[in-house]
Structure formats: structure tokens, C-alpha cells
Design a protein around this ligand. Structure first.
Ligand code: HQG
Length: 187
């Protein structure tokens, strides 16, 4: 895979737009938007290099399409993944029958044996993917990956709400353990 020249700066922008706007001394509005000029100024004040053209290139080339501009490119926000409480106007959607969640094999004990199910942790939602391979990659971020199969059809039938983010990530508030229909450790 090609090396992303913007990896470091885009990680920092993720941090600012999802978790800690104060790191660039900016504020987000209720819908998670940052003012583009303020963001660029704030990022530069941390000693990093950024201009509008580069920011547009970062948004365009980002591997997971993590960010969106508003129509006239005066505002920018992260599409999902927030820990701070913002309403990014997620669209509800009917999920496929099965969704996948990648985690670390060492977390299986509390998720399954202690029957805690999947919790959002510090984020607003539990993150799920429509395909197995993406879930393996997500799990690898935490250690030896494990993939859980979630009975999304039954959850939806039982009244749980699912959202599909602008960049294709499935989100839901929690997954009680009874809806985890299968799992594979050490993927
Ligand atoms: C685990 C990345 C123990 C959960 C990815 C996960 C994703 C539990 C960890 C997005 C648990 C939280 C989010 C329980 C959940 N006991 N562990 N009861 N319930 N966990 O990073 O889903 O590259 O907050 O399995 O692609 O790993 O940042 O969530 O392992 O879409 O754009 O607690 O982040 O996207 O970890 O990742 P995280 P995640 P980006």
C-alpha cells in the first residue's frame, strides 16, 4: 500500500476533531464542525505545517474518508469516531443481517464471559463494519485480533437503532452479548 504523506498531520486533525479540539485551541460547534481558518491557524500554532490546499488534499486522500467539508469548505468535521458529545447528524439505516466488530483477543473475556457485550468505551458509539476484513484490521490496532459477528438483524428487530456514517462505518450505542452470534479469536 502507498505511504500516506499526511499520516501524522491527519492523525493530529483526527484527535482535534474527534476528541480534543483544545489541542489546537479551537472549539467545535454542536454538530462537530470546526471553522477551517481557525483549525489551520490553531494547527500552525502547535508548530505543525498546514495550509488550505494541504487540508483539502488530506480530506480527499484520507484512507477512511474520516473528514468532510461543508459545501463551501469553510467548515470541517470528522464523520465518526468522536468521544466528545457532538451531533454529526448521523443517518439511521437498516443494517445488513450481520455486522462485524474487530477487537483484541484479550478483550473477549469481558465481552463474552462476563457478558458485558460491546460498550462504546470512550467513544459515543460501538463501531461495526459490514465486512470481516475491515474488522480484522480494527482488531489489530489493539493486539492479537478477534472478530465478533453481531446479529444486527435481530437487534434492529428488537428496536436497536443503527447509524451509517458518511464514511461507511456502522454505529450503534451498545451490543448486548446475546446478539453476538459468533466469534473468532487470533484472526
Ligand atoms: C473494546 C478506528 C472489554 C472494543 C477503527 C475495542 C474504528 C471492550 C475497545 C474506530 C468491551 C475500544 C473505533 C468490553 C468494547 N470489555 N473491551 N465489554 N466492549 N471493548 O478504539 O472499535 O482509524 O474506542 O472491542 O477503524 O477499536 O480511528 O474502538 O477494542 O472504526 O478512523 O474496547 O476507530 O477508526 O477501542 O475503533 P476504540 P474501536 P480510525
Amino acid at each position: 500500500m502507498a505511504i500516506d504523506p499526511y499520516k501524522k498531520i491527519s492523525k493530529f486533525i483526527s484527535l482535534v476533531l474527534r476528541h480534543n479540539p483544545g489541542a489546537a485551541r479551537i472549539k467545535l460547534d454542536d454538530h462537530g464542525w470546526a471553522d477551517v481558518e481557525e483549525l489551520i491557524r490553531g494547527v500552525k500554532e502547535t508548530g505543525r505545517t498546514l495550509d488550505l490546499q494541504t487540508l483539502k488534499e488530506i480530506v480527499r486522500t484520507n484512507d477512511k474518508k474520516r473528514f468532510s467539508f461543508n459545501e463551501d469548505c469553510t467548515k470541517i468535521r470528522a464523520n465518526q469516531g468522536h468521544s466528545i458529545s457532538v451531533d454529526v447528524e448521523l443517518k439511521t439505516a437498516i443494517p445488513p443481517n450481520v455486522l462485524y466488530h474487530g477487537t483484541a483477543t484479550r478483550f473477549l473475556g469481558s465481552i463474552l464471559n462476563r457478558r458485558e457485550g460491546l460498550k462504546p468505551g470512550s467513544r459515543l458509539y460501538v463501531h461495526l463494519s459490514g465486512d470481516y476484513d475491515t474488522a480484522v484490521k480494527v482488531g489489530q490496532r489493539h493486539g492479537i485480533p478477534a472478530v465478533l459477528q453481531v446479529d444486527a438483524k435481530r437487534m434492529a428487530e428488537d428496536g436497536y437503532t443503527f447509524y451509517l456514517s458518511a464514511n461507511g462505518v456502522w454505529l450503534t450505542k451498545e451490543v448486548p452479548s446475546e446478539y453476538i452470534c459468533n466469534f473468532q479469536r487470533n484472526c
